[in-house]
Write a protein that binds this ligand. Structure first.
Ligand SMILES: CC(C)(COP(=O)(O)OP(=O)(O)OC[C@H]1O[C@@H](n2cnc3c(N)ncnc32)[C@H](O)[C@@H]1OP(=O)(O)O)[C@@H](O)C(=O)NCCC(=O)NCCS
Length: 101
């Protein structure tokens, strides 16, 4: 589990993506037993969602009304993850969503 916050004045300059890329490599290298790394953010956090995509994470969960905001509204939250196998291959494998037919 990790939490990431870039100081306002330094946002939008690639630091978020650089941090997640570094963290991903660090975890997969230092912890050979882990198969996946997960992250969750609020649905309307477009910057963090872009960071996940940029770093090879796939969206694999959507939790409706799961994130009570400080404004009294309840937001959806979304979950992303990267697989070691994808990280090694340089691929992004989305979940097989259409599996109920
Ligand atoms: C989310 C956060 C860590 C991103 O860090 P950052 O250094 O600003 O992000 P980057 O500069 O690496 O940008 C990465 C991508 O996000 C996009 N992005 C950045 N700010 C954005 C915004 N406000 N809206 C939409 N996309 C945005 C960039 O265009 C880039 O997309 P690309 O890879 O398609 O070009 C940073 O904005 C932050 O600290 N936010 C407040 C705390 C927070 O929300 N943390 C996450 C909690 S889960």
């Amino acid at each position: 589990m990790f939490d990431l916050r870039v100081r306002q004045a330094h946002r939008g300059r690639g630091l978020g993506a650089a941090a997640v890329t570094w963290l991903t490599r660090y975890l997969f290298t230092e912890l050979p037993g882990i198969r996946r790394i997960e992250g969750t953010t609020r649905q309307d956090n477009h910057a963090m969602r872009a960071v996940f995509r940029r770093c090879g994470y796939a969206k694999e969960a959507h939790y409706r009304q799961a994130w009570p905001g400080p404004d009294g509204k309840v937001y959806d939250s979304v979950g992303y993850a990267i697989l070691r196998s994808d990280w090694l291959a340089g691929t992004v494998t989305p979940p097989h969503w259409d599996d109920e037919g």
